[in-house]
Design a protein around this ligand. Sequence first.
Ligand code: SF4
Length: 372
Amino acid sequence: MSRISFEKGIEKFKTTPLEELQREAAAVRNQKNPKNRVTFVIDSNPNYTNICNADCSFCAFYRHPGAKDAYQKTVDEALKSVERAHQAGCSTVMMQGGLADYPLEFYTELVRQTRLRYPSILPHYFTAPEIWNCAKVNHLSLEEVLQALYDVGQRSLPGGGAELLSERVRLTISPKKMAPGAWIEVHKTAHRVGMRSTATMMYGHIEEAEDILLHLDALRTLQDETGGFTAFIPWSYKPDRTALRRKVKDWVGDVAYLRLIAFSRLYLDNFDHIQASWFSEGVEVGIKALQGGADDFGGIILEENVHRATGFVHRADISHMLRYIRQAGFTPVERNCLYEILKIYDSEEVLVPVAQAVDEENQLAIISRKRS
Ligand code: SF4
């Protein structure tokens, strides 16, 4: 299939019927990935601070310094979440926070101690705005920050903070946050120092089709240059308890998500993995996305506070994950955040709880493992 141009992409995105997009996307997905398999990760998404001064209008998670429920953890306090993830059998922890004033040593120590104490966990830490903020606060270049993190063992950067890589959109929803070009620059630099990274998109607010294409085009162009992205992960905006809600008429719905998954599989012709997020869109829609272009089902996400701040909570353990993936007609395959295969679940297995982890609001999550 030849590459879809920006102009043709806009037309295709707007006019091609969903079933046709999904059929094409499923065919491409099967060329790039084993057609009977779907990957997932056992992970946790804790936070080290909710203090932030960016005032993004779509965010219900942040607090200003001095707010009664603001928190700023030390390295040891943040590592408690990693310890819980370790006990629960996670292979990946995505640690992120607001844009607070921390010295570089906080970030490097968090990574160093994670690698030292929990060698089986890959630190998938700090989104592009946090890296940008760390460089600014500590008067360093992006390369100096990312190289320092690489030197203590970080190999992967999460894609959060991209939202919509369109300056028009940013000026409305998060004018104090880094510009789209700066998000790209952080990821380009991360790839240069030897890290891989994921690419995300938060859509379903004020964007037009052109903004979506601008975003996908920026990702495709950087991927041509570096090949450093592992996967593309879109999710829809969750309006509850956010300031942006006043400007957004309705939640965009399931069809918009399925169109985006299928179209991104076609447009991002240099990406291997497209993630269907059961967590952000619900299991039923996630399963449909697996049948329409996606090859990955995301993580079980032991701990999560950003979506929860909007009142949006989904929970699953490994046994749910295996059931959902099988229900969609695929063999579940466990991976880490570098998309390295850890285990193929190619037979029906008896799963029993081997660890229980209590998150910060004392909600119980049970991680199930095969009886040995
Ligand atoms: S999305 Fe991130 S940068 Fe924006 S206000 Fe929330 S925590 Fe701060």
